[in-house]
Design a protein around this ligand. Structure first.
Ligand code: NAD
Length: 384
């Protein structure tokens, strides 16, 4: 059994799926590891660290040919740039594991299936306690929440902490975090560490205590949000009247903030617009919005994905791949997640598909020439 680690080809993607320490884990299990030369370089893991752990280095085509299983950050579905070329180079019997955006690009899953490749999409890992150590979405949201605050702080014309100096007192910056899931909670913690005064809001009332435990103020809005959480712990979509009211009620907090970090998402749906163009007009010049929901439309009406724009002196940033800008630790976390997942499949010296295990069942997208995941299948069929 040979596991292959490729250099990521999506523009700006600096992460690597497995770091050198992970090679040691695979070798211990009796697995050979082939690494594309330079795969970890942009994440801070040079080739010699991989060879020191017993990996062999090769060209991309050598690794693609040798590997029985490829561990990637972006498998073809999540790589609209080089993914198709990689998928064409795959051969029947191979397995690929990584992020695949199977619900966003089901056609890529269909193509991979037709190549006779078994594939797993890590975005589909169920959010159950047992799978926490495999949860790439949580890991990457942690990194994104942290980095969003740094971006905002770096862009603001003011400092974050309160300072009493001989030149006078500097008031602390005000941060407002919308959505307190994994990314939002990390943004709250990061803004607090920098000394900002932090307020936060989430439709799920259950997070109030978590927000407060991080030293932030939970903004109480007179909204009927008792049924806002589904049984998986996610927010449910609300109707437009709810969002309209929420926008009005939040406008004061938005206007008072020097930095606003928005993370509000509804699984599988377009993100709700929570900051209108008018609300941006109400903000002080120099304020910054970092919209982490940019990939699915954004929480701010003016957000443009992967662009930074300035409107009425307010900077609005819509980064869609912040984890790639912290590639060392993002890769370290991703590597731990993907290898923990891989180990659940590894039985008696081979990859074993156990459909009784919900982690395996939920993430398996293609097998025996077919798209087998029901959610992806439902999207593929009409597209054919
Ligand atoms: P997410 O990225 O889907 O959403 C981000 C946040 O936005 C959520 O907290 C959501 O409630 C909030 N939101 C949605 N609409 C909003 C609105 N109109 N206004 C304000 N906020 C709004 O969420 P996530 O970070 O992936 O996590 C969601 C839940 O899943 C949490 O309860 C988290 O604890 C849970 N979770 C569980 C596990 C596990 O058990 N393995 C792992 C990760 C997350």
């Amino acid at each position: 059994m040979t596991v292959g680690i490729l250099k990521e080809t999506f523009p700006g993607e600096r992460r690597v799926a497995v770091i050198p320490a992970g090679v040691a884990t695979l070798k211990k299990a009796g697995i050979a590891v082939a690494v594309e030369a330079g795969a970890g370089t942009s994440a801070g893991f040079p080739d010699d660290q991989y060879t020191a752990q017993g990996a062999t280095l090769g060209t991309r085509s050598e690794v693609l040919a040798q590997a029985d299983c490829l561990l990637q950050v972006r498998t073809p579905g999540a790589n609209p740039v080089g993914g198709r070329e990689d998928a064409e180079a795959l051969r029947p019997g191979q397995t690929i594991i990584g992020m695949a955006d199977p619900l966003g690009t089901p056609e890529a899953a269909d193509f991979v299936a037709a190549k006779g490749v078994t594939s797993f999409a890590l975005e589909l890992i169920p959010r159950i306690t047992r799978a926490q150590s495999m949860d790439v979405l949580s890991s990457m949201a942690t990194v994104a929440g942290y980095k969003a605050v740094l971006l905002a702080a770096d862009t603001m014309p003011r400092m974050c902490p309160m300072m009493m100096t001989a030149a006078g007192t500097i008031a602390p910056a005000h941060a407002f975090i919308i959505g307190a899931g994994v990314a939002g909670l990390q943004a709250i913690a990061s803004a607090r560490r920098m000394g900002a005064k932090v307020e936060a809001y989430d439709v799920r009332p259950a997070v109030k205590e978590q927000i407060q435990s991080l030293g932030a103020k939970f903004v109480e809005l007179p909204l009927e949000s008792a049924g806002a959480e589904d049984k998986g712990g996610y927010a449910k979509a609300q109707d437009e009247a709810f969002y309209q009211k929420q926008r009005e009620l939040m406008a004061k907090s938005v206007a008072a903030a020097d930095m606003v970090i928005t993370t509000a998402a509804i699984p599988g749906k377009k993100s709700p617009v929570l900051i209108t163009a008018d609300a941006v007009k109400g903000m002080r010049p120099g304020s910054v919005i970092v919209d982490l929901a940019a990939e699915r439309g954004g929480n701010c009406e003016l957000t443009k994905a992967d662009e930074t724009i300035v409107v009425h002196g307010v900077t609005i940033m819509g980064p869609t791949n912040l984890p790639a800008s912290v590639p060392y630790h993002a890769s370290q976390m991703y590597s731990k997640n993907i290898l923990t997942f891989f180990q659940t499949l590894w039985k008696d010296g081979k990859i074993t598909i156990n459909m009784d295990d919900e982690v395996c069942r939920d993430t398996l997208v293609t097998r025996d020439g077919q798209v087998v995941n029901e959610r992806v299948k439902a999207l593929v069929a009409p597209a054919r």
